[in-house]
Design a protein around this ligand. Structure first.
Ligand code: G3P
Ligand code: CA
Length: 401
Protein backbone atom coordinates (compact mmCIF):
# COMPACT_ATOMS: atom_id res chain seq x y z
CA UNK A 1 0.00 0.00 0.00
CA UNK A 2 1.47 3.38 -0.97
CA UNK A 3 2.05 6.15 1.53
CA UNK A 4 -0.77 8.15 -0.10
CA UNK A 5 -3.21 5.30 0.26
CA UNK A 6 -2.11 4.87 3.84
CA UNK A 7 -2.96 8.48 4.45
CA UNK A 8 -6.42 8.08 2.98
CA UNK A 9 -6.98 4.94 5.05
CA UNK A 10 -6.00 6.82 8.18
CA UNK A 11 -8.46 9.59 7.24
CA UNK A 12 -11.16 6.96 6.83
CA UNK A 13 -10.22 5.37 10.14
CA UNK A 14 -10.52 8.70 11.90
CA UNK A 15 -13.88 9.41 10.23
CA UNK A 16 -15.12 5.99 11.29
CA UNK A 17 -14.06 6.41 14.89
CA UNK A 18 -11.16 3.98 14.69
CA UNK A 19 -7.64 4.41 15.94
CA UNK A 20 -5.85 5.75 12.79
CA UNK A 21 -3.82 3.06 11.16
CA UNK A 22 -5.53 0.17 12.86
CA UNK A 23 -8.20 0.10 10.21
CA UNK A 24 -10.67 -1.44 12.59
CA UNK A 25 -12.67 -1.10 15.75
CA UNK A 26 -10.10 -2.49 18.14
CA UNK A 27 -10.22 -6.19 17.45
CA UNK A 28 -10.09 -5.73 13.68
CA UNK A 29 -6.61 -5.79 12.22
CA UNK A 30 -6.73 -6.53 8.51
CA UNK A 31 -8.91 -3.77 7.11
CA UNK A 32 -8.30 -3.43 3.43
CA UNK A 33 -5.48 -5.93 3.40
CA UNK A 34 -7.37 -8.54 1.46
CA UNK A 35 -10.57 -6.96 0.29
CA UNK A 36 -11.17 -9.48 -2.44
CA UNK A 37 -10.36 -12.57 -0.44
CA UNK A 38 -9.66 -15.80 -2.23
CA UNK A 39 -12.88 -15.50 -4.17
CA UNK A 40 -11.72 -12.32 -5.88
CA UNK A 41 -9.88 -14.52 -8.31
CA UNK A 42 -13.25 -15.51 -9.71
CA UNK A 43 -13.60 -11.95 -10.91
CA UNK A 44 -10.11 -11.83 -12.32
CA UNK A 45 -9.00 -9.46 -9.58
CA UNK A 46 -6.06 -9.60 -7.27
CA UNK A 47 -6.65 -10.74 -3.73
CA UNK A 48 -5.19 -12.65 -0.84
CA UNK A 49 -5.98 -16.32 -0.48
CA UNK A 50 -6.48 -17.48 3.06
CA UNK A 51 -5.22 -20.85 4.15
CA UNK A 52 -7.42 -22.68 6.59
CA UNK A 53 -8.71 -26.10 7.46
CA UNK A 54 -11.67 -25.60 5.17
CA UNK A 55 -14.08 -26.50 7.93
CA UNK A 56 -14.01 -23.46 10.10
CA UNK A 57 -12.96 -25.20 13.26
CA UNK A 58 -9.76 -24.53 15.10
CA UNK A 59 -8.01 -23.44 11.90
CA UNK A 60 -10.18 -20.32 11.47
CA UNK A 61 -8.95 -16.88 12.43
CA UNK A 62 -12.31 -15.38 13.04
CA UNK A 63 -13.73 -12.00 12.10
CA UNK A 64 -10.28 -10.44 11.82
CA UNK A 65 -9.56 -12.61 8.80
CA UNK A 66 -12.41 -11.13 6.78
CA UNK A 67 -11.71 -8.50 4.14
CA UNK A 68 -13.17 -5.06 4.84
CA UNK A 69 -15.52 -3.84 3.50
CA UNK A 70 -16.96 -7.32 3.83
CA UNK A 71 -19.43 -8.30 1.13
CA UNK A 72 -22.29 -10.38 2.50
CA UNK A 73 -24.32 -12.09 -0.22
CA UNK A 74 -27.89 -11.28 0.82
CA UNK A 75 -29.91 -14.51 0.62
CA UNK A 76 -27.11 -15.75 -1.67
CA UNK A 77 -26.68 -14.06 -5.03
CA UNK A 78 -30.39 -13.24 -4.92
CA UNK A 79 -30.07 -10.60 -7.63
CA UNK A 80 -29.52 -13.44 -10.10
CA UNK A 81 -31.13 -16.58 -8.67
CA UNK A 82 -34.21 -17.34 -6.55
CA UNK A 83 -33.17 -16.46 -3.00
CA UNK A 84 -32.16 -18.98 -0.36
CA UNK A 85 -31.44 -21.86 -2.73
CA UNK A 86 -28.24 -23.83 -3.06
CA UNK A 87 -28.05 -22.33 -6.55
CA UNK A 88 -28.10 -18.83 -5.11
CA UNK A 89 -25.52 -19.67 -2.44
CA UNK A 90 -23.25 -21.43 -4.95
CA UNK A 91 -23.27 -18.51 -7.35
CA UNK A 92 -22.49 -16.09 -4.52
CA UNK A 93 -19.53 -18.21 -3.46
CA UNK A 94 -18.30 -18.57 -7.03
CA UNK A 95 -18.52 -14.79 -7.45
CA UNK A 96 -16.21 -14.43 -4.46
CA UNK A 97 -18.65 -13.21 -1.82
CA UNK A 98 -16.91 -13.07 1.54
CA UNK A 99 -19.94 -14.22 3.52
CA UNK A 100 -23.23 -15.86 2.49
CA UNK A 101 -26.48 -15.18 4.31
CA UNK A 102 -29.17 -17.60 5.49
CA UNK A 103 -32.51 -16.69 7.07
CA UNK A 104 -33.95 -19.47 9.25
CA UNK A 105 -37.47 -20.66 10.01
CA UNK A 106 -38.59 -24.07 11.36
CA UNK A 107 -40.76 -26.85 9.99
CA UNK A 108 -43.54 -28.48 12.03
CA UNK A 109 -41.16 -31.28 12.99
CA UNK A 110 -38.47 -28.85 14.14
CA UNK A 111 -36.03 -28.78 11.20
CA UNK A 112 -34.41 -25.45 10.38
CA UNK A 113 -34.89 -24.39 6.76
CA UNK A 114 -33.65 -21.38 4.82
CA UNK A 115 -36.48 -18.97 3.98
CA UNK A 116 -36.77 -15.25 4.57
CA UNK A 117 -40.11 -15.75 6.29
CA UNK A 118 -42.34 -18.58 7.39
CA UNK A 119 -44.96 -17.51 4.82
CA UNK A 120 -43.74 -19.40 1.75
CA UNK A 121 -46.48 -18.22 -0.59
CA UNK A 122 -44.23 -15.86 -2.53
CA UNK A 123 -41.02 -17.89 -2.71
CA UNK A 124 -42.21 -21.42 -3.51
CA UNK A 125 -44.70 -23.17 -5.78
CA UNK A 126 -46.85 -24.22 -2.81
CA UNK A 127 -49.98 -22.59 -4.29
CA UNK A 128 -49.77 -25.00 -7.23
CA UNK A 129 -49.90 -28.07 -4.97
CA UNK A 130 -53.56 -29.15 -4.59
CA UNK A 131 -52.63 -31.57 -1.81
CA UNK A 132 -51.71 -28.57 0.35
CA UNK A 133 -54.67 -26.35 -0.56
CA UNK A 134 -56.24 -26.83 2.87
CA UNK A 135 -53.07 -25.62 4.61
CA UNK A 136 -53.71 -22.08 3.40
CA UNK A 137 -54.58 -20.06 6.46
CA UNK A 138 -54.53 -16.65 8.09
CA UNK A 139 -52.38 -16.01 11.14
CA UNK A 140 -50.81 -13.19 13.06
CA UNK A 141 -47.02 -13.11 12.87
CA UNK A 142 -45.29 -10.42 14.94
CA UNK A 143 -48.54 -8.45 15.01
CA UNK A 144 -49.17 -8.65 11.26
CA UNK A 145 -52.09 -10.58 9.78
CA UNK A 146 -50.87 -12.81 6.95
CA UNK A 147 -52.72 -15.19 4.67
CA UNK A 148 -50.82 -17.97 2.96
CA UNK A 149 -48.89 -21.17 3.63
CA UNK A 150 -46.47 -21.36 6.56
CA UNK A 151 -43.42 -23.55 7.15
CA UNK A 152 -44.51 -24.46 10.68
CA UNK A 153 -47.54 -26.25 9.20
CA UNK A 154 -45.39 -28.55 7.03
CA UNK A 155 -43.11 -31.43 7.91
CA UNK A 156 -39.71 -31.32 6.29
CA UNK A 157 -40.69 -34.20 4.02
CA UNK A 158 -43.70 -32.23 2.82
CA UNK A 159 -41.68 -29.04 2.37
CA UNK A 160 -39.17 -30.94 0.29
CA UNK A 161 -41.84 -31.64 -2.35
CA UNK A 162 -41.98 -27.88 -3.08
CA UNK A 163 -39.66 -25.88 -5.31
CA UNK A 164 -38.27 -22.39 -4.85
CA UNK A 165 -39.39 -19.48 -7.03
CA UNK A 166 -38.24 -15.92 -7.65
CA UNK A 167 -39.71 -13.52 -5.05
CA UNK A 168 -39.79 -10.39 -7.23
CA UNK A 169 -40.36 -11.49 -10.84
CA UNK A 170 -41.59 -8.00 -11.70
CA UNK A 171 -38.04 -6.71 -11.13
CA UNK A 172 -36.08 -9.84 -11.91
CA UNK A 173 -37.83 -11.60 -14.77
CA UNK A 174 -34.55 -13.26 -15.85
CA UNK A 175 -34.40 -15.12 -12.55
CA UNK A 176 -37.70 -16.87 -13.23
CA UNK A 177 -35.97 -19.25 -15.66
CA UNK A 178 -34.65 -20.92 -12.49
CA UNK A 179 -38.11 -21.31 -10.90
CA UNK A 180 -38.64 -24.92 -9.93
CA UNK A 181 -34.98 -25.86 -10.16
CA UNK A 182 -34.08 -25.97 -6.47
CA UNK A 183 -35.64 -27.21 -3.23
CA UNK A 184 -35.95 -25.29 0.00
CA UNK A 185 -32.60 -26.08 1.65
CA UNK A 186 -32.21 -27.09 5.26
CA UNK A 187 -29.53 -25.41 7.33
CA UNK A 188 -27.86 -28.78 7.69
CA UNK A 189 -27.62 -29.11 3.90
CA UNK A 190 -26.04 -25.67 3.78
CA UNK A 191 -23.53 -26.58 6.48
CA UNK A 192 -22.61 -29.72 4.56
CA UNK A 193 -22.27 -27.72 1.35
CA UNK A 194 -20.12 -25.12 3.12
CA UNK A 195 -17.89 -27.81 4.55
CA UNK A 196 -17.44 -29.45 1.15
CA UNK A 197 -16.76 -26.15 -0.60
CA UNK A 198 -14.40 -25.08 2.17
CA UNK A 199 -12.35 -28.23 1.83
CA UNK A 200 -12.28 -27.83 -1.95
CA UNK A 201 -11.13 -24.20 -1.73
CA UNK A 202 -8.80 -24.54 1.25
CA UNK A 203 -10.53 -21.76 3.17
CA UNK A 204 -13.66 -21.59 5.28
CA UNK A 205 -16.98 -20.61 3.76
CA UNK A 206 -18.38 -17.85 5.96
CA UNK A 207 -22.10 -17.80 6.74
CA UNK A 208 -24.34 -15.08 8.26
CA UNK A 209 -27.30 -16.90 9.82
CA UNK A 210 -30.44 -15.04 10.92
CA UNK A 211 -33.09 -16.31 13.32
CA UNK A 212 -36.47 -15.17 11.95
CA UNK A 213 -39.40 -14.45 14.30
CA UNK A 214 -37.70 -16.18 17.26
CA UNK A 215 -40.25 -15.12 19.90
CA UNK A 216 -43.17 -16.15 17.70
CA UNK A 217 -41.66 -19.59 17.12
CA UNK A 218 -40.68 -20.10 20.75
CA UNK A 219 -44.31 -19.58 21.73
CA UNK A 220 -45.21 -22.39 19.31
CA UNK A 221 -42.68 -24.68 20.98
CA UNK A 222 -40.31 -24.29 18.03
CA UNK A 223 -37.46 -22.29 19.57
CA UNK A 224 -34.78 -21.63 16.96
CA UNK A 225 -31.67 -20.99 19.00
CA UNK A 226 -31.13 -24.42 20.58
CA UNK A 227 -31.33 -26.41 17.31
CA UNK A 228 -29.21 -23.76 15.61
CA UNK A 229 -26.53 -24.02 18.29
CA UNK A 230 -26.69 -27.82 18.14
CA UNK A 231 -26.11 -27.80 14.38
CA UNK A 232 -23.29 -25.26 14.59
CA UNK A 233 -21.67 -27.38 17.28
CA UNK A 234 -22.04 -30.52 15.15
CA UNK A 235 -20.19 -28.81 12.31
CA UNK A 236 -17.51 -27.25 14.54
CA UNK A 237 -18.89 -23.74 13.98
CA UNK A 238 -19.64 -22.80 17.60
CA UNK A 239 -16.28 -21.33 18.53
CA UNK A 240 -15.19 -17.72 18.90
CA UNK A 241 -13.28 -17.82 15.62
CA UNK A 242 -15.70 -20.00 13.67
CA UNK A 243 -16.62 -18.67 10.23
CA UNK A 244 -20.17 -17.63 10.88
CA UNK A 245 -22.12 -14.76 12.27
CA UNK A 246 -25.52 -15.23 13.81
CA UNK A 247 -27.97 -12.33 13.58
CA UNK A 248 -31.47 -11.32 14.59
CA UNK A 249 -33.83 -8.37 14.73
CA UNK A 250 -34.74 -9.59 18.23
CA UNK A 251 -31.97 -8.81 20.73
CA UNK A 252 -33.11 -11.55 23.12
CA UNK A 253 -32.33 -14.11 20.41
CA UNK A 254 -28.71 -12.93 20.32
CA UNK A 255 -28.55 -12.85 24.12
CA UNK A 256 -29.74 -16.45 24.07
CA UNK A 257 -27.17 -17.40 21.43
CA UNK A 258 -24.45 -15.80 23.57
CA UNK A 259 -25.20 -18.44 26.18
CA UNK A 260 -25.11 -21.29 23.66
CA UNK A 261 -22.15 -20.61 21.35
CA UNK A 262 -19.08 -18.36 21.24
CA UNK A 263 -19.18 -17.08 17.63
CA UNK A 264 -19.90 -13.46 16.64
CA UNK A 265 -23.45 -12.16 17.10
CA UNK A 266 -25.05 -9.27 15.25
CA UNK A 267 -28.18 -7.34 16.30
CA UNK A 268 -30.20 -6.16 13.31
CA UNK A 269 -31.79 -2.72 13.53
CA UNK A 270 -34.81 -1.75 11.48
CA UNK A 271 -36.23 1.76 11.08
CA UNK A 272 -35.74 4.12 14.03
CA UNK A 273 -39.39 4.24 15.10
CA UNK A 274 -39.78 0.44 15.19
CA UNK A 275 -39.59 -1.82 18.25
CA UNK A 276 -38.09 -5.29 18.12
CA UNK A 277 -40.92 -7.82 18.46
CA UNK A 278 -39.43 -9.39 21.61
CA UNK A 279 -39.54 -5.90 23.19
CA UNK A 280 -43.22 -5.63 22.27
CA UNK A 281 -43.92 -9.03 23.83
CA UNK A 282 -41.92 -8.33 27.01
CA UNK A 283 -43.12 -4.75 27.43
CA UNK A 284 -39.66 -3.23 26.90
CA UNK A 285 -40.51 0.31 25.73
CA UNK A 286 -37.27 0.94 23.85
CA UNK A 287 -37.31 1.60 20.12
CA UNK A 288 -34.51 1.25 17.59
CA UNK A 289 -33.93 4.99 18.05
CA UNK A 290 -33.01 4.17 21.68
CA UNK A 291 -30.76 1.29 20.68
CA UNK A 292 -28.65 3.41 18.31
CA UNK A 293 -27.85 5.90 21.07
CA UNK A 294 -24.52 5.35 22.86
CA UNK A 295 -26.28 3.79 25.86
CA UNK A 296 -28.19 1.37 23.62
CA UNK A 297 -25.04 0.43 21.72
CA UNK A 298 -23.21 -0.19 24.98
CA UNK A 299 -26.01 -2.56 25.99
CA UNK A 300 -25.81 -4.41 22.65
CA UNK A 301 -22.03 -4.69 23.02
CA UNK A 302 -22.53 -6.57 26.30
CA UNK A 303 -23.66 -9.66 24.35
CA UNK A 304 -22.97 -9.00 20.65
CA UNK A 305 -20.05 -8.11 18.42
CA UNK A 306 -21.88 -6.17 15.74
CA UNK A 307 -24.99 -4.44 14.48
CA UNK A 308 -26.79 -4.76 11.17
CA UNK A 309 -28.59 -1.44 10.72
CA UNK A 310 -30.80 -0.55 7.81
CA UNK A 311 -28.75 1.71 5.50
CA UNK A 312 -31.05 4.61 6.37
CA UNK A 313 -29.70 4.57 9.93
CA UNK A 314 -26.21 5.17 8.49
CA UNK A 315 -27.22 7.79 5.92
CA UNK A 316 -30.85 8.92 6.21
CA UNK A 317 -32.85 9.76 3.09
CA UNK A 318 -34.85 12.97 2.79
CA UNK A 319 -38.56 13.12 1.93
CA UNK A 320 -37.71 12.71 -1.77
CA UNK A 321 -35.52 9.69 -1.16
CA UNK A 322 -32.15 11.43 -1.59
CA UNK A 323 -29.25 10.74 0.73
CA UNK A 324 -28.57 13.34 3.42
CA UNK A 325 -25.66 13.58 5.84
CA UNK A 326 -24.38 10.44 7.60
CA UNK A 327 -25.41 9.96 11.21
CA UNK A 328 -22.87 9.31 13.96
CA UNK A 329 -23.85 5.63 14.10
CA UNK A 330 -20.61 4.28 12.59
CA UNK A 331 -18.48 6.27 15.00
CA UNK A 332 -20.69 5.46 17.99
CA UNK A 333 -20.83 1.73 17.22
CA UNK A 334 -17.08 1.53 16.69
CA UNK A 335 -16.59 3.28 20.00
CA UNK A 336 -18.31 0.26 21.55
CA UNK A 337 -16.15 -2.10 19.47
CA UNK A 338 -19.18 -3.14 17.41
CA UNK A 339 -18.77 -3.79 13.69
CA UNK A 340 -21.46 -2.65 11.25
CA UNK A 341 -22.97 -4.76 8.47
CA UNK A 342 -25.81 -2.59 7.10
CA UNK A 343 -28.50 -3.87 4.73
CA UNK A 344 -29.45 -4.03 1.81
CA UNK A 345 -27.87 -2.93 -1.47
CA UNK A 346 -29.65 -3.94 -4.67
CA UNK A 347 -28.63 -2.83 -8.14
CA UNK A 348 -32.08 -1.90 -9.44
CA UNK A 349 -33.12 1.76 -9.55
CA UNK A 350 -36.21 1.15 -7.48
CA UNK A 351 -34.15 0.11 -4.45
CA UNK A 352 -31.48 2.83 -4.72
CA UNK A 353 -31.51 6.31 -3.21
CA UNK A 354 -33.10 8.70 -5.70
CA UNK A 355 -29.80 10.48 -6.35
CA UNK A 356 -28.23 7.24 -7.60
CA UNK A 357 -30.97 6.20 -10.04
CA UNK A 358 -30.30 6.22 -13.79
CA UNK A 359 -33.16 6.81 -16.20
CA UNK A 360 -36.78 6.15 -15.39
CA UNK A 361 -37.04 2.35 -15.65
CA UNK A 362 -37.43 1.11 -12.06
CA UNK A 363 -36.09 -2.33 -13.01
CA UNK A 364 -32.94 -1.01 -14.71
CA UNK A 365 -29.66 -0.79 -12.83
CA UNK A 366 -28.71 2.58 -11.37
CA UNK A 367 -25.38 4.09 -10.29
CA UNK A 368 -24.79 1.38 -7.73
CA UNK A 369 -21.02 1.97 -7.71
CA UNK A 370 -21.63 5.58 -6.75
CA UNK A 371 -23.99 4.57 -3.98
CA UNK A 372 -21.66 1.89 -2.61
CA UNK A 373 -18.74 4.32 -2.60
CA UNK A 374 -20.80 6.76 -0.54
CA UNK A 375 -21.83 4.10 1.95
CA UNK A 376 -18.31 2.62 2.23
CA UNK A 377 -16.93 6.11 2.90
CA UNK A 378 -18.88 6.22 6.16
CA UNK A 379 -16.55 3.55 7.55
CA UNK A 380 -18.98 0.63 7.65
CA UNK A 381 -17.32 -2.76 7.97
CA UNK A 382 -19.40 -4.55 5.38
CA UNK A 383 -22.65 -4.58 3.51
CA UNK A 384 -25.43 -6.98 2.57
CA UNK A 385 -25.94 -7.02 -1.19
CA UNK A 386 -28.19 -8.98 -3.55
CA UNK A 387 -25.45 -8.47 -6.18
CA UNK A 388 -22.20 -9.60 -4.57
CA UNK A 389 -20.16 -9.29 -7.79
CA UNK A 390 -20.97 -5.59 -8.00
CA UNK A 391 -20.32 -4.99 -4.31
CA UNK A 392 -16.96 -6.80 -4.53
CA UNK A 393 -15.81 -4.56 -7.36
CA UNK A 394 -16.95 -1.48 -5.47
CA UNK A 395 -15.12 -2.66 -2.36
CA UNK A 396 -11.94 -3.18 -4.40
CA UNK A 397 -12.31 0.31 -5.89
CA UNK A 398 -12.75 1.73 -2.42
CA UNK A 399 -9.67 0.09 -0.96
CA UNK A 400 -7.46 0.78 -3.97
CA UNK A 401 -8.46 4.37 -4.71
O1 G3P B 1 -30.19 -9.81 7.83
C1 G3P B 1 -29.78 -8.68 7.15
C2 G3P B 1 -30.88 -8.34 6.24
O2 G3P B 1 -31.11 -9.50 5.49
C3 G3P B 1 -32.07 -7.99 7.07
O3 G3P B 1 -33.17 -7.86 6.31
O4 G3P B 1 -35.42 -8.64 5.96
O5 G3P B 1 -33.66 -9.17 4.29
O6 G3P B 1 -33.72 -10.34 6.47
P1 G3P B 1 -34.02 -9.07 5.73
CA1 CA C 1 -31.69 -11.52 6.70
Amino acid sequence: MSHGKQGRQEQRDTAAGRQPGTGGPGRRSLLGAAVLGAGGAALGLSGTARADDGRGGSGGRGVDSLPVPTVVAHRGASGYRPEHTLGSYQLALDMGAHVIEQDLVPTRDGHLVCRHENDITGTTDVAAHPEFADRKTTKSVDGKSLTGWFTEDFTLAELKTLRAEERIPQHRQENTVYDGRWEVPTLEEVLRWAEKEGQKRGRPVWLHIETKHPTYFRKLGLGLEEPLAKLLRAYGRHREHSPNFVQSFEPSSMERMSRLIDGPRVVLLSRASSRPWDFVESGDPRTVADLVKPEGLKWIASYAQGIGPTLDLVIPRDAEGRLTEPTTLVRDAHAENLLLHPYTMRNENTFLPVDYRKGTDPHAYGDVFGALKTYFATGIDGIFSDNPDTALLAAADFVNE
